[in-house]
Design a protein around this ligand. Sequence first.
Ligand SMILES: [Zn+2]
Length: 137
Amino acid sequence: MENVNDDGWMDAAAYDDELPFGNFNDNEKIEAPVNDDVVGVCPCCGTNVVERDMAYFCDNMDCSFAIWKDNKFFQAIGKEMTREIAEDLLTGGTVKLMGCKSRKTGKTFNCYVDITYDDEGRVQYEIRFPERKHRGE
Ligand SMILES: [Zn+2]
């Protein structure tokens, strides 16, 4: 029991082989800059889209693609531009929204929103309604 001190604690040195840390692979390089929070890939130019305070911006300085968080289109249907929505839009060009509420009529509805962009990377949103399945003929 030579590793036990008077107060009952084991000498720290006795734990050396058991410590869970200390086996990090120092050669492993982190590829992406850690301060850039990548949300997806820009549909215009293929550069990473990163989250910033105001919007999800294309990281390419020459590209003006941006999905603004303060988003009038989404506000008009009672939705916030969340990171999940931005990810869906960047991944598939569309997002399914449940429980939208029209600011004009107060009606609630489900819809898809498709994202498109013009030559200058200006984003446009378009509502699309799922086709209703007809029961019988
Ligand atoms: Zn871009």
